[in-house]
Design a protein around this ligand. Structure first.
Ligand code: MOS
Length: 738
């Protein structure tokens, strides 16, 4: 195997994307389309006393105005914490307002402009109650979620208090991270079209399967009558990973007006309609011996959630497993605020959690007078201390070694403010990356066609990560076909079911299903060849047969060869197909026998202008263990994307809301800054892992979220090394350094 797997192939969908012919959810040309426009609440807490839709209804082109007064009832999706609905707050079901920017009406018209104009004519009067929009104003009443991603929110092992008391050096610090928004290039959008009692929705989603299930539940219709289509998705990062209210609203509006309805969220509406990363507050108490061995680690994390939902940011996950320590306690609590439901955002939990933990480790290293890398190595976890299980595979030491070498870490001085480049202060920092291996049930169908091409079908989706391309590689290699002769269909709920593309699970979960289905097809074709008296391979043993370049031949005897096309034609010209249903669900770190994680190490250089406080990231060396690399080019892009996200998290990204009324003041990319090319250095990405034989049949560990984990801490640690100023509150904006 591995003629094609691992190669840095260009994306198969690249030409479609650069020519604009890849169709995204809002781009499907549906006849007779009508357009929806949302009306959002302007208060953060209270009730709608009056909603006057008269002017909107009589505006030109308006087909319907839906509010809580006239909207059809929607069926609740429960239980939400374990489920897939982004929010359990169903839209337009009553007069209650929980946050600024809540959807309170949808106007449908024959053009977008007329819908938007009419939406501006809806007049609302409220009975307002005082809101608590901010986490820091709700800290008096923290409470735990029932679970986080199936894991208890609290953990304890050993004797943390005694471990702290016995420490030679002790660190007690609090780290905070702000509200962040996903900001994919493609906004969330739905086109809903009814045909009798059958509904088709084109939706910008990371999960056509959850969308089908959740929307069918909300509308109380059989899931098989609902088709969800999403051939291309312009990024999601988590905000399209669960199902938010707008597809249901589009479906209601379409039913009400008897026309297909398109509902596209504006960039500003994306800030209150599809989740966000909760702000976090993380307290750490860490103890160590003089030699730098951890004696205790206590983590207390707090995030926010609205009154009607629980979503907790799992900041404590890495504290449980990243380092060897016998005495560990973690808690993840929530507080109730007047804001929408937070959600998963690239490395939920681990991204902010690693900022706290890896900053604390850096502070501990300085307190001990130890090199920060040396401190990590002295506390390297040889197994999963939380469960006692061995690692399925662990390339972390090699990640440290390779990235440090590429960076030139051994030339480092320990002293802050000791490096300069002209008038800039120079700092070097490092941090560890780690992300669990998630696997969810997935199915795939592989069909070898009589002309020697193959078709792969799975109801997964490509968010821009390269799913089409890597699945093509997996099938091509397994079937022994040229890359160009394999076509992959994704993004349609009529295809075999596949999970949400979230938790970096797609390559592992869907890739394994494609691999096993393709292997079944290959085995069947080989079987047919060796039992067919007319085949040159007749009578050979199956293990002797090699498949390559669309041909079957006997190893060591290339004269005994025939093509797939010749064999299938002789057999009657029918395709050979197999479907594989992977039912494994192994949760990283909680797997039944192994702790399963992807790993990495970041080494970073920053230049800081001492006069302006401006931080520039000038160098980045990262090394990663993601198990088997399916495509060296798309995998590198995933890591670079995660690191770029991490640079944004470190230096720029934060959503600003009015502290009194919760109104988001930065609901666009002019106010909410993300890195542009000029903010990002050449990122050196090395892969050091080997296929993880315990993780899944392909040995893949996932790449999408790993890059952001530790990235913000690495920058913060470099900023400390440059300036001697420790920033414990993200982002590291110039004002905090002056
Ligand atoms: Mo990722 S936050 O699981 O889309």
């Amino acid at each position: 195997m591995s003629v094609v797997i691992g190669q840095p192939r260009d994306r198969v969908d690249g030409p479609l994307k650069v020519t604009g012919s890849a169709r995204y959810a809002a781009e499907f040309a549906i006849p007779d389309l009508a357009y929806g426009a949302l009306v959002m609440s302007t208060i953060a807490n209270g009730r709608i006393r009056e909603i006057d839709t008269g002017a909107a209804e009589s505006a030109p082109g308006v087909l319907a105005v839906l509010t809580h007064r006239n909207a059809p009832r929607l069926h609740a999706v429960v239980p939400v914490p374990a489920g897939f609905a982004g929010s359990s707050l169903l839209p337009l079901q009553d007069d209650r307002v929980y946050y600024q920017g809540q959807q309170i009406a949808v106007v449908v018209a024959d053009t977008l402009e007329r819908a938007q104009h009419a939406a501006s004519l809806v007049r609302v009067e409220y009975d307002e109650e005082p809101p608590i929009p901010r986490l820091e104003d709700a800290l008096d009443a923290p409470f735990p979620p029932s679970s986080i991603f199936g894991t208890p929110p609290y953990s304890r092992r050993g004797e943390p208090e005694q471990g702290l008391a016995a420490a030679d050096v002790r660190l007690d610090q609090t780290y905070t991270t702000p509200t962040e928004h996903h900001n994919p290039m493609e906004p969330s959008a739905t086109i809903a079209a009814w045909d009798g009692d059958h509904l088709t929705i084109h939706d910008a989603t990371q999960s056509i399967s959850f969308t089908q299930e959740v929307i069918a539940t909300m509308l109380e219709m059989p899931a098989e009558n609902l088709r969800v289509v999403a051939p291309y998705v312009g990024g999601g990062f988590g905000c399209k990973g669960t199902v938010w209210p707008h597809p249901a609203l589009a479906a209601l509006a379409a039913r009400q007006t008897g026309r297909p309805v398109k509902l596209v969220l504006t960039r500003a509406q994306m800030y209150t309609s599809v989740g966000y990363r909760s702000p976090t507050r993380q307290q750490y108490s860490v103890g160590a011996t003089r030699e730098g061995k951890l004696t205790a680690l206590v983590h207390r994390g707090i995030s926010q959630t609205p009154a009607y939902d629980e979503f907790a940011e799992f900041t404590g996950s890495l504290s449980r497993i990243l380092y060897a320590c016998a005495n560990v306690e973690t808690r993840n609590d929530m507080v109730t605020v007047n804001a929408g439901t937070p959600t998963i955002m690239r490395a939920p939990g681990e991204a902010p959690g690693s900022f706290g933990l890896e900053s604390a480790m850096d502070e501990l290293a300085y307190a001990l007078g130890l090199d920060p890398l040396e401190l990590r190595l002295r506390n390297y976890a040889e197994r999963d201390f939380e469960t006692g299980h061995p690692w399925s595979s662990n390339g972390l030491r090699e990640c440290y070694r390779r990235a440090a070498e590429r960076f030139g870490w051994e030339r480092r001085s320990l002293t802050p403010r000791s490096l300069r480049a002209g008038d800039r202060l120079v700092g070097w920092g490092m941090a560890t990356a780690c992300y669990p291996v998630w696997i969810f049930p997935a199915s795939a169908l592989v069909r070898l066609l009589p002309d020697g091409r193959a078709l792969v079908q799975t109801g997964s989706q490509d968010l821009g990560t390269g799913t089409y391309t890597v699945m093509t590689q997996v099938a091509a290699d397994t079937l022994g076909l040229p890359f160009e002769r394999v076509r992959v269909d994704l993004g349609d709920s009529a295809l075999p079911p596949a999970p949400t593309s979230g938790g970096s699970d797609t390559a592992a979960s869907v890739g394994s299903a494609v691999y096993l289905a393709a292997r079944a097809v290959r085995d069947e074709v080989v079987r047919r060849a060796i039992v067919d008296p007319a085949s040159p391979l007749h009578g050979s043993a199956p293990e002797q047969v090699v498949v390559e370049d669309g041909r079957l031949f006997v190893a060591g005897n290339p004269a005994r060869v025939e093509t797939y096309a010749a064999l299938l034609e002789r057999q009657g010209g029918a395709p050979v197909e197999a479907r594989h249903d992977c039912t494994d669900t192994v949760m990283g770190g909680n797997g039944p026998r192994f702790g399963m994680h992807a790993y990495g190490a970041h080494f970073v250089e920053v230049h800081v202008d001492p006069l302006s406080g401006e931080v520039r990231v000038t160098r980045w060396a990262g090394a990663f263990d993601i198990g088997r690399v399916l495509n060296a080019k798309t995998a590198r892009s995933q890591l670079m994307g995660g690191i770029t996200f991490g640079i944004g998290m470190a230096l720029m990204e934060h959503t600003v809301a009015d502290p009194r009324v919760g109104r988001i003041l930065t609901p666009n990319l002019s106010g909410y800054l993300v890195p542009v090319h000029a903010d990002v250095p050449d990122i050196d990405v090395q892969f050091v892992g080997a296929p993880d034989e315990h993780a899944n049949p392909l040995g893949v560990k996932g790449a999408g979220e790993l890059g952001i984990v530790g990235a913000a801490a690495a920058v913060a640690n470099a900023v400390y090394h440059a300036t001697g100023v420790r920033i414990r509150d993200l982002p590291i904006t110039p004002d905090k350094l002056l």
